[in-house]
Design a protein around this ligand. Sequence first.
Ligand SMILES: Cc1ncc(COP(=O)(O)O)c(C=O)c1O
Length: 398
Amino acid sequence: MDERLELIEQKDDRYVMKTYKRLPVAFVKGEGVRLWDTDGREYLDLVSGLGVAILGHCHPRVTGAINRQAGELLHTTNLYYIEPQAELAELLVENSFKGKCFFANSGAEANEGAIKIARKHHRLLGDPRTKVVCVEGSFHGRTLAAMSATGQPSRWGPFEPVVPGFVHVPLNDTGALEKEIDEDTAAVMLEPIQGESGIRPAGDDFMKAARDACDATGALLIVDEVQSGLGRTGDMFAYEHSGVRPDIMTLAKGLANGIPAACFIAAGSFGDVFAPGDHGSTFGGGFLACAASVETIKVLLEEDLKASAERVGKVLFERLEAMVDRVPAVKEVRGRGLMLAIQLDGDKAREAVLGCLERGVLANDVTPSAVRILPPLIIDEEEALGGLEVLEGVLSGL
Ligand SMILES: Cc1ncc(COP(=O)(O)O)c(C=O)c1O
């Protein structure tokens, strides 16, 4: 271990809470799909900071926007108009659906806000509803309500009681979903493709059943696109694959390519539910995050990176599927575009990730038995296939 890493580890061990199972590496520089560690060693990044660096690391246009904004103005408050916030809202709405945005700082916060709109909407109708139907295995964040929406009871354990009102149905069990959505349901919240449970797509039938049941009962459909949104799955937003329109969509991760930024967009009149004082954020929608987001979205659109994610993702999927026959440890491949997971035949994902790390490739052990691939959307076929070759070598040796 080099001296610089050793020092970082010592300080981290002493002063930082142990909430992450860190890998034995610290990166100090990034460019495109490459990262460099404290020892100057180069890595191919198939993780993109868990789906954040969609344009790759230190994209020159985003860096330029950040530098420009940092030299002009960093913070006022949402009590005044904020030019890059208004510009970002226009960009997002014009490229999704007619509605209005609220800007936050993290995915969990965006989901909290979306739930608040749903509850207030029903209050305004004189029909207070609190129930939110969610999906088993889902992940919506770590704050108390987002944690309660998260369909993984292991994450609630020491923090119970959970916030009341959240119920969970099995993913893709359309019958259970239809049964649970009733006249007391304020909202249904789901990920079009579950990320943290190991890349598990919601079927089109499941998405359509959610939409239909929401229409029949007046519940709002909230799609959590924190991980799947912004081109990652081959469309601008993953809900588009099913043809189902949400009432509220939440975004975060890739929005500002690495600066904390999040947003929820509420369609039509749902965008007018909040009145002054109902919701707010000191930092949400700030100059730096919005300037970085505007540039990120412009590059994403101008370079049509969703098409690239679809094209490269298809090649990767085929290559990974071929491993199911060739590599005994590989059981199944899931996902779409550049949001993929390889299911292994046992709890070997950490070992696989460590093996890749040793060989200069970053992958993620999303569950003990699944390896996740979430590369920057700018990755080309050759680079991506090079990474898979390394991964296949490692998996073959498990
Ligand atoms: C689908 C989804 N929703 C919400 C979150 C929470 O986002 P954050 O960590 O920014 O609060 C995540 C994070 O992984 C996520 O994948």
